[in-house]
Design a protein around this ligand. Structure first.
Ligand SMILES: *Cc1c(COP(=O)(O)O)cnc(C)c1O
Length: 405
């Protein structure tokens, strides 16, 4: 087996597909000291985290984490159904439910250790053999894996192709149907067409799972996420969100009709058979929700929108010729995820390396994370960036692109 694995690794290396981790020496922030696998620590200006509001290193959250540890200790000690379900978890569930159902049907929320586990839990618990799961082609790996693990039949529809989806769903032969989609697509930054998707679900008695990992905290009224952005509420909507991205801490939740939540507690194996997250972490998430919903969250969201606007205005000015000459494309995204699609893995890696030589960290995203031929720089902006950071990014992109000649 070792020999086989070595061959596989060599093959990936040859195709520019081998991944290397770096070690972050300092906290998640625009300026970070980072050690590459073959180098010494360097301070880089980063455009890669999902810390969209810049809360991961916020003093109030650091203090809340410490306070949480003093109140509840370091670990939960057991799974939720044994003894690990703390007062902190119960309060967070209530606060999320209240935040996400201000006017609409009364939702309930359930928290998870990670978004990956929330998606496995949700899709395996709802996707039984009498269900068909309809999944967008560009959905996150955790949704794909959840669908694979479920007993349901799975049909993958082309990205945002609602007409194709409707034809398939009209011919569905199982009693239950579940449409599954990212709210904000993680590698593209564009949005699912949720109002149309919900209308389609209503026509065909389907339910919709929305993975709001990249919308929660950032989009909608008080950062309630992509459903609030579109003004949607319905008992057909099952919303999953993560707490390690814009919320800056860790964990995830599902918010849905109380019957769905009751069923998950009874049957979702990825919820039941794992140790509950540390209550101190949950206590810090509660502090994060207060920031997100308050004036500071509002200011941070406004600032982020300004950065996105400045970046998108700057790209054609600074990179216009390069884009048309090489066939590169800035994705049509209005969110903090601003991918520059360059096509080949080699080009993506070369651009990423050229940016790094100028002191910037912009990750190259390659297959299989994105479809083959669509390797890209996944640029992410954060409210912790300043306008000068965006200017530096634009001019570094320009000179890196020139060097690619
Ligand atoms: C990050 C992400 C997840 C997984 O969340 P974690 O909390 O990091 O495990 C799920 N779905 C999407 C769309 C994501 O981007």
């Amino acid at each position: 087996m070792l020999k086989h694995l070595e061959q596989q690794l060599a093959e990936r290396e040859a195709q520019s597909l081998r991944r290397h981790r770096r070690v972050a020496e300092t906290a998640c922030a625009p300026l970070q000291s980072v050690t590459a696998h073959d180098g010494a620590p360097r301070e880089l200006l980063t455009f890669c985290s999902n810390d969209y509001l810049g809360l991961a290193n916020h003093p109030l959250l650091i203090e809340a984490l410490a306070e949480g540890a003093r109140l509840y200790g370091a670990g939960s000690g057991a799974s939720h159904l044994i003894s690990g379900h703390s007062r902190a978890h119960a309060l967070l569930e209530d606060e999320l439910a209240e935040m996400l159902s201000p006017h609409g049907p009364e939702l309930r929320a359930l928290t998870f250790c990670t978004g990956y586990m929330a998606n496995l839990a949700l899709l395996t618990a709802l996707g039984d053999a009498q269900t068909t799961i309809y999944s967008d082609l560009l959905n996150h790996a955790s949704l794909i894996d959840g669908a694979r693990l479920a007993k349901a039949a799975v049909y993958t529809y082309p990205h945002n192709d609602l007409a194709g989806l409707e034809r398939r769903i009209a011919a569905c032969s199982t009693p239950r149907k579940l449409i599954v989609t990212d709210g904000v697509f993680s590698m593209d930054g564009d949005l699912a067409h949720l109002p149309q998707l919900l209308a389609l679900a209503e026509r065909h008695d389907a339910y919709v799972v929305v993975d709001d990992a990249h919308g929660f905290g950032v989009l909608g009224v008080q950062g309630r996420g992509v459903l609030s952005h579109f003004g949607l509420c319905s008992e057909r909507l099952i919303c999953m969100g993560t707490l390690g991205k814009a919320a800056g801490v860790a964990g995830a939740f599902v918010a849905a009709h109380r019957t769905v939540i009751d069923w998950l507690v009874q049957s979702a194996r990825a919820y039941i058979y794992t140790t509950a997250s540390p209550p101190a972490v949950v206590h810090a998430v509660r502090a994060s929700l207060r920031l997100i919903r308050g004036d500071e969250g509002e200011q941070r969201r406004r600032h982020l929108v300004e950065l996105v606007t400045a970046f998108r205005r700057g790209v054609p000015e600074v990179l216009g010729e390069l884009l048309s000459a090489r066939g590169w494309q800035l994705a049509a995204s209005q969110t903090a995820i601003q991918p520059l699609v360059v096509g080949s893995s080699e080009d993506a890696l070369a651009m990423s390396a050229a940016l790094e030589s100028q002191g910037l960290w912009v990750p190259a995203i390659r297959p299989p994370t994105v479809p083959s031929g669509s390797a890209r720089l996944r640029i992410t902006l954060s409210a912790a960036h300043g306008p000068g950071d965006v200017e530096r990014l634009l001019s570094a992109l320009k000179s890196a692109g020139k060097d690619m000649g």
